[in-house]
Design a protein around this ligand. Sequence first.
Ligand code: LLP
Length: 426
Amino acid sequence: MTSTAPIDATLIPPGLRNLDLEAIATEFGTPVFVYDEDDLRRRCREYVSAFGTDSVAYAGKAFLCTAMARLVAEEGLHLDCATGGELYAALGAGVPPERIVLHGNNKSDAEIAQALDAGVGRIVVDSFDEIDRLERLATRAVSVLVRVTPGVEAHTHEYIETGTEASKFGFTLTDGVALRAVGRIVAAEHLLFSGLHFHIGSQIYRLDAFARAIERIATLAAAAHADLGVSVDELNVGGGLGARYLPEDPELVVADHAAALRRATKDCWDQVGLSDAPRVMVEPGRSIAAPAALTLFRVGTVKQIPGIGTYVAVDGGMSDNPRPVLYGAGYETYLPARVAAERPLACSIVGKHCEQGDIVVADARLPEGLAVGDLLAMPATGAYGYSMASNYNKVPRPAVVFVRDGVARVVVRRETFDDLVRLDVE
Ligand code: LLP
């Protein structure tokens, strides 16, 4: 980052732009995740209006707590759970089970039983071993989607690219593997084949890969129709829409994405001679949660190294957001006390963990005169931050605050030192 310009205020969630963030930090402590509840709701509604009712499942892995599960349910979304733990949280929050989709590439007997007992709406099968387990455990009808790896590249970080042949997820189209999986579901007594699923990756800006994936999936749909006499009612295209982290990042329009997906599905189904194009479903996580929050940190140390540069150390780091370390992800930062200030100070913002790699922003820009005790804000941290947080170095996880109509409330409390040893049995 080389510009000395002030923060691009459009990166700050609208409901937090004119808020006294210093007061929030004083009341709730730092680090703290602050979500703009109206912005979360607006993004949920944008998806529902673009894709239709019962066609959007929020991907809980991006950020899940009781308040978030309730919010997405209130907005009419379904919830995608990837583990028994996410399922437990969703059910505990009161999400109607029929609006839950269970994912996972290695679901255990216990997780499958938990989902069947609860009566979840859909299970997305990922392997033949799982189909064996599901057949054994299901005693009444359950809707099943077959996850397919369409073999396309998604132009994103390799760790979050999941649609290639080499992916650990789903069934490949090669050698009729995915078709065999569909056949197994169709033949099973209690498993209802509802459709196909793919997820090509996350943080995707170039959306052309979706149409290529649909083209390949349509050939499977045609084969399933010809060989097994079944049609695909639902086509779940996963999540993946990129979020805007930096000023230069694009702001993708959900309605355009929805229209392009529907068009591609219709065209591809036509091309393979199928008349009944499926309902397109989607599973966004990041694009709903990421832009709706920021993290507040307190600056604790400012260190100048002659001839090298400046380190600004804050009271969090890789334990509340491992994304910079894992994926080299970039973020913007600013001082809420001086939102409109130029930012001539080139520095590295680092955390408090015992690792040189504990980077918050490698090449940050902050205002001149930055001092110990200043409050620092980092926008676009609403997804895959809190949900991937850890207790590394026995650092308690931050509180999560929702703001609505200018009023802040804690929805997840900060961990205490007692919490850090509560699992120790001797
Ligand atoms: N559906 C499935 C089956 C998924 O695996 C994922 C994300 C989603 C939906 C939601 O994708 P989204 O809309 O959030 O892109 N920790 C990484 C991201 C991992 C994504 C995992 N799967 C990161 O921080 O970039």
